[in-house]
Design a protein around this ligand. Structure first.
Ligand SMILES: Cc1cc2nc3c(=O)[nH]c(=O)nc-3n(C[C@H](O)[C@H](O)[C@H](O)COP(=O)(O)OP(=O)(O)OC[C@H]3O[C@@H](n4cnc5c(N)ncnc54)[C@H](O)[C@@H]3O)c2cc1C
Length: 407
């Protein structure tokens, strides 16, 4: 196929796409709505086939080295005592804490730095219109320019506006009845290297996670049906959280105080993006914009990296966009549907409303955390059967030269 490609969104999916398409020899432009590269975001993990893609990019070692140093996950009671502990153990595979835990901004930066050697990045702009013809897509940008591309790839995350422009009404979101806020707070001397998770009555939870930047990553989550809070401004969202969490206990006071001064507040009402097709004409969607599975699935970043890699590889080996998009969809659909299969009861189980419910959850987690049970569970759940087969996608020569990983 001919070679001019526009990618919208410069986060995990967009940068992975740019990296691969640039090295496959395409002429790549990335447009990002934010005025500069976005460094923010909290702990995310990369598992299974996503690690394999990073390995093929020569970035796996660097991603492990820049990890958060989290050593496991512990559910704690109101006095901070662990009621169930899942220490990271590579021999048991990835548990709640995966071997590769990294901050979103650090991973996006790791992808962005080498990607921009082979792509043009434009910040502070976005698409307002796409006119398709048989031979090209003509794209109008908010900044006023009009340009022609052979393909437009949307990697704008869950709230993508270009997706709505091109595929209006095609997303049938699945709301997960969970509202989450992430932000960074000052570290204190009793913060350890565990992900500590505290459940408070009323379907509330507070969690604290370590990083390698001398700070602590806080999360507040609240089980409730969506009420439009994700569209409020940050001032109103913080007020909402203050009211809901003031009496939650454990470290609520400290976390709410830290929220006032944080510089990277991220708030969302969790919903999956569900589309029956991921392309039309010369436009395709990928990453969270196509299939956001929500953090509940624990696989969003792995899917974003893998989907971008597969999409780039299919564009490189087809002469036209339509068969490339179809092959990309065939390869990714089973893994995405599997990842999205998280039952809607999961937030209910993990965020009980009553003290009795919290007691039951803790009891179950205590049993599940026993070494014998963990070993047994790891034997039955490799969780990798739906991953796309990457054996047909060779790494380009330049990627092999870039590799810094041990084999
Ligand atoms: C700032 C930020 C913080 C995050 N923090 C967390 C977190 O703490 N925990 C977690 O689990 N997940 C977080 N996420 C989501 C996580 O990155 C994704 O679930 C996953 O990695 C898939 O990435 P993605 O590239 O598909 O989408 P995203 O990471 O959501 O990236 C989408 C990108 O597109 C840009 N964009 C949006 N609209 C447009 C537009 N119209 N034109 C051009 N660009 C556009 C956005 O600014 C963003 O850079 C965060 C995302 C962002 C952007």
């Amino acid at each position: 196929m001919s070679r001019r490609i526009l990618i919208t969104g410069a986060s995990v999916a967009g940068n992975t796409l740019a990296w691969w398409l640039g090295r496959h020899g395409f002429d790549v432009t990335v447009v990002e709505r934010a005025s500069g590269f976005r460094d923010g975001g909290q702990n995310i993990d990369v598992r299974g086939v996503g690690r394999e893609v990073l390995r093929r990019m020569g970035l796996e070692r660097a991603a492990l080295d820049q990890g958060t140093g989290e050593e496991g996950t512990a559910w704690v009671d109101g006095r901070g005592r662990a009621v169930a502990r899942f220490a990271m153990d590579a021999s048991l595979g990835d548990g709640p804490t995966a071997e590769m835990e990294i901050l979103r901004g650090d991973l996006a930066r790791l992808l962005y730095d080498p990607a921009r050697e082979h792509a043009i990045y434009r910040f502070g702009d976005h698409v307002t219109r796409i006119d398709e013809a048989a031979d090209a897509a003509t794209v109008t940008f908010a900044g006023g320019t009009v340009e022609r591309y052979d393909a437009v790839l949307i990697a704008e995350g869950v709230g993508s506006t270009t997706r709505e422009l091109v595929f209006p009404g095609a997303n049938d979101p699945r709301w997960m009845d969970l509202t989450i806020a992430y932000f960074t707070i000052p570290r204190t001397s009793d913060d350890d290297r565990m992900w500590r998770w505290f459940n408070a009555p009323g379907g509330r939870s507070i969690s604290l996670r370590p990083d390698m930047h001398g700070t602590t990553r806080a999360m507040l989550s609240l089980r409730q049906p969506p009420g439009g809070e994700q569209d409020w401004d940050a001032v109103r969202q913080k007020q909402f959280l203050r009211e809901r969490f003031a009496d939650a206990g454990w470290q609520a006071d400290r976390v709410l105080a830290g929220m006032e001064t944080t510089t990277d507040f991220y708030f969302d009402a969790l919903r999956q993006v569900r589309m029956t097709r991921w392309s039309g004409g010369r436009v395709a969607v990928t990453g969270d914009a196509a299939w956001c599975a929500t953090p509940l699935a624990g696989i969003g970043t792995t899917l974003a990296i893998t989907g971008a890699y597969v999409l780039a590889a299919e564009l490189a080996r087809h002469d036209d966009v339509a068969p490339a998009f179809a092959a990309y969809e065939r390869a990714m659909r089973p893994m995405v549907e599997d990842g999205q299969g998280v039952p809607k009861i999961a937030p209910k189980i993990m965020n009980p409303r009553s003290r009795l419910g919290i007691g039951v959850l803790h009891g179950v987690l205590r049993i599940a955390s026993r070494p014998g049970i963990r070993r047994l569970a790891s034997r039955f759940s490799t969780g990798r059967s739906k991953e796309p087969d990457l054996s047909g996608y060779p790494a380009p020569a330049v990627a092999r030269q870039d590799r810094g990983d041990s084999p």
